[in-house]
Design a binder for this molecule. Structure first.
Ligand code: GLC
Length: 416
């Protein structure tokens, strides 16, 4: 490949400082139309949860259903800190063990029985527990313990869950398993869990976000829905960023073409595929579909080439690493632009200090990711950037479920 085509790719994937400002403004506008229930790409879903006070305590079960695996935990909250006492992590699909709970051939009952089994593995038989459930998909909520799945995202398509109340599906499975002492009392998005956990540690947290297999953001709004509440933006569905030809190819081959366009440019589930499409096209590689995972992408960025990549000549390796860097940098910059849009919505002059609580393997582990995000925030926020700190809130979505359960119980006990 000539240097010119690498240069061309650099242009194709570039998000300039001006683009950042434009995307932030478009995102803010779309949030505002979403809140006004106008035609929008952002769903702005109410959570019926506010930020915790930090003093919540107790022992809770946290269920984190993310898309790649499920995590059942017993979490002890001790006031501004938590400890995971028990944990069971299970992949949702495992080719070696010959099961897949994510495809259309699996029914809701089977999926939720699998989840109940993981919960059974961490609880003490006969003991009472309240359970917080982090369910990382777009749900319409009427209250904090009722959530109807609007549509699966992240290429999951288990039958019989869309349109159903997820909390009821879980409650029924717990009863089938004999776990009648485990009471699901709250259901929340993983971004909301991350913000709950971030705010439990530091009250300045106002945004929660996931940069992992999927991508999404929530924020604390003091008044939008008539009461202070955390709002799940479902930012992955934002459609205000122009697609490159590689994005369009990826979208066309996805489960739901036309949806989750931002997520398909930002999230770990898709980044490797974009690099693969660009590398096959521009530097003549012949990598098969889905062979270039986020883990491989991270390895290439750290200079490690495994499997068929070992065979590549040095120049191709360098070019593949460069394409990987461009795609990862674009992801971090796009996410940063949307955070700037949220900040401008909640605090137009960014007068206050804000913490953006972030969880997810992409942010935590992808080489160069957090640095690229901070650079972009610096560019888009200019002199206000010192007011904003992006902070890794590890396991926030799991701990956040326990914190949400504790906060709800505290509120109910305080009710006259
Ligand atoms: C997808 C889901 C969203 C979730 C995100 C991160 O975008 O639609 O609800 O928060 O993934 O897991």
């Amino acid at each position: 490949m000539s240097t010119a085509s690498l240069l061309e790719l650099a242009k194709v994937f570039a998000i300039t400082s001006r683009d950042l400002v434009k995307i932030a403004a478009a995102f803010q506008k779309d949030m505002e139309s979403g809140l006004a229930c106008q035609h929008r790409s952002l769903k702005m879903l109410p959570s019926y949860l506010t930020k915790p006070g930090g003093e919540e305590t107790g022992l809770f079960v946290a269920l984190d259903f993310g898309g790649t695996n499920i995590r059942a935990q017993v979490v002890e909250l001790a006031g501004r800190r938590w400890e995971i006492k028990q944990q069971r992590v299970q992949l949702l699909k495992d080719a070696a063990a010959m099961y897949d709970y994510t495809s259309t051939t699996t029914k809701a009952e089977a999926l939720f029985d699998f989840i109940a089994a993981a919960i059974a593995a961490v609880v003490e038989p006969g003991r009472d527990y309240f359970l917080g459930h982090t369910f990382s998909f777009p749900c319409q909520q009427q209250s904090f313990n009722q959530a109807m799945l609007l549509s699966w995202t992240k290429e999951i398509s288990t039958t019989g869950v869309e349109g159903e109340d997820v909390n009821q599906l879980l409650t029924a499975a717990l009863l089938r398993r004999g776990l009648d002492k485990v009471t699901p009392c709250v259901i929340l998005n993983d971004t909301v869990g991350t913000l709950m956990a971030g705010a439990y540690l530091d009250a300045r947290a106002s945004i929660g976000t996931i940069c992992g297999t999927g991508h999404n953001t929530c924020y604390y709004d003091p008044s939008a829905y008539g009461a202070p509440m955390i709002i799940n933006i479902e930012s992955g569905n934002f459609n205000g960023v122009p697609c490159t030809r590689y994005d369009s190819q990826l979208d066309a081959a996805s489960d739901k073409p036309g949806s989750q366009l931002l997520e398909k440019m930002v999230a770990g589930r898709y980044l490797g595929e974009i690099v693969r499409l660009a590398a096959n096209d521009a530097i003549g590689l012949t990598l098969p579909p889905l062979s270039f995972t986020a883990e491989r992408l991270a390895a290439v960025l750290s200079g490690a080439f495994d499997g068929i990549l070992t065979e590549l000549e040095l120049t191709k390796k360098q070019q593949l690493a460069e394409i990987s860097r461009l795609v990862v940098e674009r992801s971090a910059r796009l996410a940063a632009a949307t955070y700037a849009g949220v900040l401008r919505h909640i605090d137009s002059e960014v007068r206050r200090e804000h913490i953006i609580a972030v969880d997810g393997s992409l942010f935590e582990k992808m080489p160069g990711y957090s640095a690229a995000m901070n650079r972009a925030l610096g560019e888009v926020l200019g002199s206000k950037s010192h007011q904003v700190k992006v902070s890794l809130t590890k396991d926030g979505s799991g701990a956040g479920a326990a914190i949400a359960a504790a906060a709800i119980l505290k509120k109910q006990r305080c009710r006259p």
